[in-house]
Design a binder for this molecule. Structure first.
Ligand code: FES
Length: 166
């Protein structure tokens, strides 16, 4: 089974069902366990794929459709593991009004990755995000979790590209 550990202890041969059962036990039977469990699972596996959806549904006595709906509603859940670097580019209104769409296109070209995808070599994932709370100094992005503001031209894009190349 393909698996990437993201910091939680996991036996190498632990099945997805066993991982889900172990994580579910930490949340008990309290209401609202689904979202915390999904976050834990993504932390453990780097993704929440169809097998994980099925295991979570079984563990929480929910339908697969219910779990799938939550996974696809929230942008933070990934169906496949992210690249080594993650660039989250703001698509919300204020950044868009500052030329965000053109900058996004230039950034995607420079990084050689399509929005919402991971580059074939696994080096970078480009994802949309909707407002980082830095609206007055946009367009903005998060690069590996660190805010990058005033992405207003080639120099800023090159700085992001240099980070992603490391
Ligand atoms: S709209 Fe982009 S940071 Fe708020």
């Amino acid at each position: 089974m393909e698996r990437e550990s993201r910091g939680m202890n996991m036996a190498v041969d632990e099945s997805i069902e066993a991982i889900v059962a172990r994580l579910a036990a930490t949340h008990g039977d309290r209401r609202g366990a689904l979202l915390p469990l999904l976050h834990d699972l993504q932390e453990a596996l780097g993704k929440v794929d169809d097998a994980a959806v099925a295991a979570v549904a079984a563990a929480l006595n929910l339908s697969r459709a219910e779990v799938h709906g939550v996974v696809t509603f929230y942008h933070d859940f990934r169906r496949a593991p992210a690249g080594r670097h993650v660039v989250k580019y703001c698509r919300a209104e204020s950044c868009q009004s500052r030329g965000g769409a053109a900058i996004e296109a230039a950034l995607a070209r420079r990084l050689d990755v399509t929005m919402g995808e991971t580059r074939a070599d696994g080096q970078v994932t480009l994802e949309p995000v909707y407002c980082l709370g830095l609206c007055a100094i946009g367009p903005n992005a998060l690069v590996d979790g660190a805010p990058v503001a005033r992405i207003d031209g080639d120099a800023a894009i090159e700085r992001i590209a240099a980070t992603v190349a490391a």
